[in-house]
Design a protein around this ligand. Structure first.
Ligand SMILES: [Zn+2]
Length: 239
């Protein structure tokens, strides 16, 4: 898709004091990226696909202020934007969990997939979230990577403590009514593990705002007794 359409299909949402979300409506689904502002610098969370990341950088981020790019995981609709981003901003640090390295480099396919990813990257493109400099960049951005495996082996959410917002990536989706739903099953490596990560997050961050890539924002008002039934029993149909 040419960037000409991006202004038409992109919705910018103010999530909290430091966080804005950009939702690209592709018709079949929404793909989101987030911009976190901290001390005069911008941090992009997830790069979308195609030219989404460079579109955002060129239009919303005064590119000399780009601090780093954080990725929740390596699926193509989250990492795909790194291709053009690196052409324009070769020095921008791009962070992802080292647990995603075998899949994003094409060493092996994601669990439950037959083929390796179409877009693969040399590992020199990335800095691991777990490295010392990766942890320092999280501090600089005012966020903390939270390990939430299941949807993919190295999936992470990003928690912004000051704003009490959890950028949840593909930990959950939402339906048309804005209700919390499981991640897309056909793209989820280990659904029971993903739901376990989901339960842990709902318990660990009560009252936080959950901001979801393929969906909208949901207040975490789920006390333990109110958690949706599908979260504790994946065989229950959630629709
Ligand atoms: Zn995904």
């Amino acid at each position: 898709m040419t960037t000409l359409f991006y202004p038409i299909i992109t919705k910018k949402k103010i999530i909290s004091q430091h966080i804005e979300k950009f939702e690209f409506n592709l018709g079949i689904m929404v793909v989101s990226c987030w911009r976190v502002e901290q001390e005069g610098r911008y941090y992009l969370i997830d790069s979308g696909m195609g030219k989404m990341a460079s579109y955002l950088l060129n239009n919303y981020m005064e590119n000399q202020k780009l601090g780093a790019v954080f990725l929740t995981h390596g699926h193509s609709d989250h990492i795909g934007g790194v291709v053009t981003l690196k052409q324009s901003f070769p020095n921008a640090p791009v962070l992802i969990s080292q647990l995603e390295f075998p899949y994003i480099s094409g060493e092996k396919p994601y669990p439950k997939r037959k083929k390796t990813e179409k877009k693969v990257f040399p590992l020199s493109t990335f800095l691991s979230l777990e490295s010392e400099s990766g942890q320092q960049l999280q501090k600089d951005a005012g966020i903390e990577a939270v390990f939430t495996p299941g949807h993919s082996p190295g999936h992470h959410c990003f928690y912004h403590a000051e704003d009490d917002v959890l950028i949840a990536g593909d930990l959950f989706t939402t339906n048309g009514a804005g209700q919390l739903k499981p991640p897309m099953k056909q793209y989820t490596a280990d659904l029971p593990l993903a739901l376990k990560s989901g339960r842990t997050i709902l318990e660990k961050y009560p009252k936080s705002l959950l901001s979801i890539c393929h969906g909208t924002e949901v207040e975490n008002n789920f006390g333990e007794s109110e958690q949706p039934a599908w979260l504790t029993n994946p065989t229950i149909k959630e629709q």
